[in-house]
Design a protein around this ligand. Sequence first.
Ligand code: HEC
Ligand code: HEC
Length: 247
Amino acid sequence: MLVCSFTGAGSRSGMRVLSRSFPFTMKHSDNRSSRHTSRRWVSVFVLLCCGAFNSAWAQPVDARLRMKEAATQPTLAESLKTLGRKAAAVCANCHGEGGTSVSPLVPNLAAQSPAYLLDQMEQFADGRRKNEFMQGMIKAMKPDERAGVAMYYAGQKLALPAPVASPQVEQGKVLYSRNCFRCHGTDGAGSETFARVAGQQAGYVAQSLKRYRTGTGPRVNELMAANTKLLSDADINALAAYVASMR
Ligand code: HEC
Ligand code: HEC
């Protein structure tokens, strides 16, 4: 706790939170009590540094840290998942019971990489990825809830019908095996770092690829922009059909 730095944007916003949360300290600070007050300020700062509060700028680190801790603590993992399952009740309206979506433009969350899910939730919360509705809901969630929701959905199985073969799916397979497999895996299952794409909703995949390709708009990512810029709409639709058919 002694390594805390009080410089930079983080501590400035910390100060603002502090003066909102502790107005009583200001009122009592006359000459006689100023030494006492400054000691109180120091202890408040130490508490802030130790993460004894949840401010917007502290959340991303906290949620990732909690997920990391849960990897080696089964009891913590279970309690976070229980918390996550409860918080996910509202998400089921769109993402489906257990995270298999029934709407072509809403992604499945089931069986997705937990680190990827949490990363995307943080992107919505801080506005890097844009969706007004999701942004509001995820911003309102506590770090433990964010970690818990990601872990809960990652642990669910996809409930999808058997895939249907088609020439378009075959064309998509050829395109996928040229490049996409390098990051998303031959089976599309992704990894700790890269998203699972296998079984993802075709409409959503096509929309996402087109968004990456433009390099501007509601979803921007350099790696995906580089890997989509030469694709035609027909390529993208074929890739989406193939990815959605992977099991
Ligand atoms: C009103 C419908 C709706 C609700 C409710 C909703 N979502 Fe979403 N969610 C979407 C849509 C649509 C997208 C795709 C957004 C886009 O790419 O433009 C999405 C995308 C996501 C993604 C990104 C998935 C990926 O594969 O990249 C995550 C994570 C997510 N939502 C989490 C949640 C969580 C957690 C909740 C509940 C707190 C929630 N959503 C509630 C509609 C919804
Ligand atoms: C060099 C690594 C790399 C390659 C190659 C790559 N991707 Fe990605 N992909 C990523 C990363 C990183 C993300 C997450 C980007 C973000 O945060 O929005 C991603 C995201 C995606 C998503 C969004 C997943 C979701 O749930 O919203 C889809 C779909 C996708 N990639 C499909 C493809 C396809 C199809 C190809 C081949 C044309 C491909 N990717 C090639 C790294 C890669």
